[in-house]
Each structure stands twice: as C-alpha cells, then as structure tokens.
Design a protein around this ligand. Structure first.
Ligand code: SAM
Ligand code: SF4
Length: 326
C-alpha cells in the first residue's frame, strides 16, 4: 500500500507515455518554441512495464495512459498490450486522432473507458484551439468507440469567451448519446497564458446549464475528481472537474509518472522524484515512491488556493501540462 502523511491511500497511477503531441492546444503547451524530449530520455517500453508492475504490487488498481498524446508513441500498442495483462483497470486520455487504427489493440487490452478531449463542437474553433483540421475525424472516432461499446467521456476545458457559450450544445449532445461530458475548469501551468478572467467556474457552468435544463446531482464514488450530474431524459450525463474552485484533494488517490520517469505526487507539486534514473542504476525505487507520496502536500501541491482571482500564475513552479500528463 502507498499512503501519504494524511492517510490518503494512493492506488491510481497516471502514466504519461510521451510529451510529444500531434496537436498544439494553446492551453496545454508552453507559449515559446517547445522541444519534445528525445526518445532516449523517455521511459522505454520495458521500463514503463517494470515501473507499472512495481506500483501494481503495491496495490495500484487503476492505470491511466496519457501524455502528450499517448497514441503518437511508436510502441504504444506494445505498451498497451503489456499493461492490459496487469490486474488493473486500464483507461486512457487521448485527443482521439488515432482511435480507428488502434481500436483492435485497445479492445484486446480490455480498455472499457476512454476520455477524449474535445473543447468545441465547431470545426473552425477546433482548428483555432488545436491548430489541426481534424474535427470531423475526432467526431467519427467517437462514434466508432460508441459502436464498439467502449464508454466515452469527453473532456472539455471551459474558457471564458472561447467556448463557455457552447456548454449547452455539449449538454444537448448527451440527449441521445450515452456519453459523459466532463467540463474542466481551466488550470494554470507553465507557459499556458492562464489568467483568472479566462476561468469559468463550477458555479458558472452549473448556472449556464440550469438555465435550460433540469439538473440532478449523482452520488459521488470514492476518490471521484468530478462532481457528477444527470438530466432527466438524457442518455448521457455530465460532470464538472472543479480543481480551481472546489478541489478534490481530501480524497486524492492519484500519482503521476511523467514520460521521462519522474514521479509527481500532485498535478501542482513543485517537486518530482526521478524514478527512471534510479531504475537505470538498478536501485530499489520503492523507497523513493513511498517518500515522494509521503511528502505530498494537503491541497493543490501547496502552491494554489481556491481564491483563484488572486492567483499569480507566473509564481507557480511547475511543468507545462503537456510534460506532466493530464
Ligand atoms: N493528448 C491527450 C488529450 O488531449 O486528451 C492527453 C493529454 S492532455 C494533457 C489531458 C487532458 O488535460 C486533456 O483533456 C486536456 O484538455 C487537459 N488539459 C490540458 N491543459 C489543461 C489546462 N490548462 N486546464 C485544464 N485542463 C487541461
Ligand atoms: Fe496535445 Fe492533449 Fe495537450 Fe492538446 S491537450 S496539446 S491534444 S496533449
């Protein structure tokens, strides 16, 4: 068992397979020219599997593959197949571009739920956000997953003045589709141009939806990072990830392994622990894992408060989102 000093048991590992991506979402990548980490400095296939097994032996029950874009990694299929054999729930967050070609591998590995990021239902705006003209491909891949009975959750980062007026369009999409929309409060990371006036909060999201729909809360599962809701008569549902205004730190069970093999005990931690170097020197990484998690701060990496209006994003010491793995 891996626990922190506040008694939180950590049994959910998020592994970033790469900091590379075929999209250029401005809220995720640093503003300046960005060099992806050379492959030799990333965890290699066997190193990922070896580390994953160490975590699983310590009680990890769920692994999420993320990135960067996890499916752009050349050996993604090999990694997914190997992790699919571990006794864990394997899930993934992806931009959805490579779903069609990877579908057999995903099914074979027993992946039952996939989170796809989609911040707009308008093709032109999609291009503006991602710098890629692939809106229709993503929509088709979402349909494909649904046809294959893989549960789809849509991650939508809500940004004031950019896509907040589309919230109800996303809700309308859930009427006849068994999808869950996850509205995410915009978070500050290194170089992502976050300002408090671009934030659209839990309260504002709910108010926007309640103008047109009857909203009922759904009982939370332990360790949920989202507040879940349903709308009577809708096949799908929605949830709000209110990290900025109402964080879920008290029940957090998450650990993050970056693509270059560093363990982050919180999305907003300023420190990280180099597991990959230790592994390459054939050292025992378990004491490092335990020490890292034990030192986890009570809330938001000890760097943020829920008074986001006063937050100075430039003072936060962290990686960019694309190098952490969301
Ligand atoms: N490439 C994959 C994707 O886009 O789904 C996985 C990696 S991406 C970093 C994981 C999630 O983080 C995505 O849903 C993305 O929208 C979200 N994300 C990135 N930057 C964010 C930010 N500044 N605030 C909130 N969510 C963010
Ligand atoms: Fe790539 Fe995902 Fe970041 Fe967009 S959100 S740049 S798709 S990693």
């Amino acid at each position: 068992m891996i626990a922190d000093s506040f008694g939180r048991v950590h049994d959910y590992l998020r592994i970033s397979l790469t900091d590379n991506c075929n999209f250029r979402c401005f809220y995720c990548m640093p503003e300046e020219e960005y060099d992806f980490t050379p492959a030799s400095r990333l965890m290699q296939t066997q190193e990922i599997i070896q580390l994953a097994k160490i975590f699983v032996a310590q009680g990890v029950k769920k692994i999420r593959l993320t990135g960067g874009e996890p499916l752009v990694r050349k050996d993604a299929a090999e990694i997914i197949s190997a992790l699919g054999k571990l006794p864990v729930e394997l899930v993934m967050t992806t931009n959805g571009t490579r779903i069609a070609e990877m579908l057999p591998v995903l099914k074979e590995a027993g992946i039952k739920t996939i989170n796809i990021s989609l911040d707009t239902l308008q093709p032109e705006k999609f291009f503006m956000i991602t710098r890629r003209d692939l809106f229709h491909q993503i929509r088709a891949n979402i349909e494909l997953l649904l046809q294959h009975k893989i549960k789809v959750k849509i991650n939508m980062v809500v940004m004031k003045g950019l896509n907040d007026l589309e919230i109800t369009d996303f809700i309308t999409w859930t009427k006849h589709n068994p999808i869950q929309i996850r509205f995410i409060e915009f978070m500050p990371f290194s170089g992502n141009k976050w300002t408090s006036n671009k934030m659209f909060s839990l309260e504002e999201i709910l108010a926007a939806i309640e103008k047109d729909f009857t909203v009922l809360p759904v009982k939370a599962e332990p360790n949920d990072t989202a507040k879940s809701f349903m709308i009577p008569g809708h096949e799908g549902s929605f949830a709000i990830i209110s990290t900025m205004t109402a964080p879920f730190c008290s029940t957090c069970n998450r650990m993050r392994l970056t693509a270059d093999g560093k363990l982050k005990n919180c999305l907003f931690s300023d420190g990280e622990t180099d597991l990959l170097s230790a592994l390459r020197k054939q050292e025992d990484v378990l004491p490092l894992i335990r020490a890292s998690i034990w030192s986890k701060k009570k809330e938001l990496g000890g760097q943020l408060t829920t008074h986001f209006e006063k937050l100075e994003a430039d003072l936060i010491h962290n990686r960019s989102m694309i190098t952490i793995g969301g």
